[in-house]
Write a protein that binds this ligand. Structure first.
Ligand SMILES: Nc1nc2c(ncn2[C@@H]2O[C@H](COP(=O)(O)OP(=O)(O)OP(=O)(O)O)[C@@H](O)[C@H]2O)c(=O)[nH]1
Ligand SMILES: [Mg+2]
Length: 192
């Protein structure tokens, strides 16, 4: 896939803001700081398209990026940041579920999981909501450059167990070494 253009389209705070032009959408989701924005930048091969490491927990908006004027990459707000209030988590849940239920051309959710940690409650919720909404999902481990091969094998087994999937279904990625980025792109292109 050649990335010819990348344009920030809009931030959405409510379902009326979601694009409904029929272009395919691919969403990236995961806990706060897991590496969503970094992965988006790696996938589109641009630095600084999606803002990396803004104050965690601050953005409660869904960010839409239009790629090649043809499809959207969607940066969903992160979850699980300790300082976020119950009220904010509730509005986060409503926004995400509103998106899952009403996005007309959502082709794939890429759920990011930190390769170094056991998935938490919200990761499991997200996985469950995606399944309930009948949307294709792929699970990607982030920051694998921080692990040795041996550690990666172990953490794949533990994470797969927690998510109740096969370890072979986990795509090991790194925004630093670009490992796994082509595979994520292929998952998207296959659904265009
Ligand atoms: N070593 C390493 N660091 C990474 C990788 N991906 C992201 N990071 C770092 O992790 C931190 C968070 O990355 P972001 O891409 O901003 O994460 P995010 O999920 O978008 O965070 P929020 O938008 O706050 O939820 C930054 O300091 C990144 O540089 C990776 O593959 N390897
Ligand atoms: Mg981000």
């Amino acid at each position: 896939m050649v990335i010819k253009s990348v344009a920030f389209h809009r931030a959405a705070y409510k379902p009326e803001d979601f694009p409904r032009d029929g272009r395919p959408q691919f969403a990236i989701v995961g806990r706060s700081n897991v590496g969503k924005s970094s992965l988006i930048n790696a996938v589109v091969n641009r630095k600084g398209v999606a803002r990396v490491s803004q104050t965690p927990g601050k953005t409660q908006a869904i960010q839409f990026y239009l790629i090649n004027e043809q499809w959207y990459l969607v940066d969903l707000p992160g979850y699980g940041y300790a300082k976020v209030s119950k009220t904010m988590m509730k509005s986060w849940g409503e926004l995400i579920r509103g998106y899952l239920d009403s996005a007309d051309s959502l082709k794939l959710i890429v759920l990011l999981l930190d390769a170094r940690r056991i998935p938490g409650e919200y990761d499991l919720d997200m996985h469950e909501w995606t399944r309930e909404a009948g949307i294709d999902e792929c699970l990607a481990l982030t920051k694998t450059d921080k692990l040795s091969n041996n550690q990666l094998i172990k953490s794949k087994a533990a994470i797969a167990d927690a998510m109740d999937v096969d370890p072979a279904d986990l795509i090991a990625t790194s925004a630093v070494t670009r490992k796994g980025i082509d595979q994520i792109r292929r998952e998207m292109v296959a659904r265009l």
